[in-house]
Write a protein that binds this ligand. Structure first.
Ligand code: PHB
Length: 391
């Protein structure tokens, strides 16, 4: 009898070692279609984190389950999130490139007992939609507010804003106007462009006709931003003396070779540049370049994903691998660490990431590579947009 018990015990131990619990993380993003490169950057950031830290967290094997939502599509995002929670049994939801996709999945979190780690979507209100959301990316208010000050410091007083007509675009428009008017500047015209806009030449004419000394713009990073910046360069705005201000969404490193010398000098504010000079970033870039395959494709969603994985790892440790969304979220409130982008912390009130925002200029490095060269730091920026979210 004793021997039998001992054997059963040994088998139990052996099997628990051999079959450690597998924790599934469901990641929703654009993995095909026009924004596939942005999804590829999510995957590169996640793979880089797993390569550096290993595939096991607190004795649990980690499995990433990807679901593809090619363009902003809240209905598809919600149904895939539901499938991930119910059928796949994921313990965490993560990714979310587009705001509408993140928003649509937030009503599922509480009942599903699943935290959401937003790795990109940047509308301020997402964190207020559910107490189970944490964000490791940025917000439009956070990255836009400093560029309004930069514009005014450069002597610009009249600006025209052009933004994509959805959540983050509207946040960017409001953030720019609020901060620029506070500095004594004036927004002479505010244009909202349908997300489907791909011909920007007529808009460039409107910019010229507006009497503005500069434009401020936001579009979701990807094919629309490349086309927009090309239109700015090709339609003689620079030659007409109209300055360009934007968040870094418009000058992702992956677009710079295609824009070429015409992009030199474009000024943006953003939370991350691939060229950021720190040991943490060097280590991250080495791992992420390896993960993505083609180093020229590496850009910002990768760092949101990498840091998102760190946050999830701390949640898994805090819950001992058990499904407990509330405990997981509580564990990362106030969490501070050194990200590849610089020092960051999860604000315990909002669950959004506090971080430096950098002023950058498109330049060439010593090797001739186009980079977003950091020239000024706005330290420890929170999200000014939260004060404007309708309660
Ligand atoms: C968003 O939909 O929230 C979004 C998408 C792309 C960006 C920034 C924000 O570059």
């Amino acid at each position: 009898m004793k021997r039998l018990i001992m054997t059963a015990f040994a088998i139990a131990i052996l099997s628990s070692a051999a079959y450690a619990d597998t924790i599934k993380i469901g990641v929703i993003g654009p993995f095909s279609g026009p924004f596939a490169l942005q999804g590829k950057n999510f995957k590169a950031g996640i793979d880089a984190w797993l390569a550096v830290n290993g595939n096991e967290i607190g004795g649990n094997d980690i499995q990433i389950v990807y679901r593809d939502v090619p363009q902003a599509d809240p209905a598809q995002s919600k149904s895939l999130a539901q499938e991930l929670i119910v059928r796949e049994g994921v313990q965490y939801l993560a990714g979310f490139y587009f705001t509408p996709d993140a928003m649509a999945a937030t009503p599922l979190l509480q009942q599903g007992n699943v935290p959401m780690v937003v790795m990109n979507a940047a509308t301020s209100s997402i964190v207020t939609a559910s107490p189970y959301v944490v964000r490791t990316s940025f917000t439009m208010w956070q990255n836009t507010t400093p560029i309004a000050k930069v514009a005014k410091d450069q002597g610009v007083t009249k600006v025209i804003t052009l933004v994509s007509d959805y959540g983050p675009g509207i946040d960017a428009e409001n953030a720019f106007k609020t901060a620029f008017e506070k500095e004594g500047g004036q927004v002479v015209e505010a244009i909202r462009m349908p997300l489907s806009t791909n011909d920007f030449a007529p808009l460039m004419q409107r910019v010229k006709d507006s009497g503005a000394e500069a434009l401020f713009s936001f579009l979701p990073s990807g094919p629309p931003t490349l086309a927009f910046v090309k239109a700015y360069n090709d339609n003689g705005l620079k030659a007409a003396g109209i300055k360009f201000f934007a968040t870094g969404d418009l000058t992702p490193e992956s677009d710079l070779p295609a824009l070429g010398d015409a992009a030199l000098g474009l000024t943006t504010t953003y939370h991350y540049a691939v060229s950021h000079d720190s040991p943490e970033n060097k280590a991250f870039v080495a791992a992420a370049e390896k993960a993505i395959g083609n180093p020229a494709e590496l850009t910002f969603p990768a760092v949101g994903a990498y840091d998102g994985m760190y946050v999830i790892s701390r949640m898994i440790e805090a819950t001992g691998g058990k499904k407990d969304a509330k405990k997981a979220i509580e564990a990362v409130k106030g969490l501070a660490w050194t990200s590849p982008r610089g020092p960051v912390a999860i604000d315990p009130e909002s669950r959004h990431i506090t971080q430096n925002v950098y002023l950058r200029e498109v330049a060439r490095d010593e090797s001739g590579k186009y980079i977003n060269k950091e020239i000024q730091t706005f330290e420890k920026q929170g999200d000014p947009g939260l004060a404007f979210v309708k309660k």
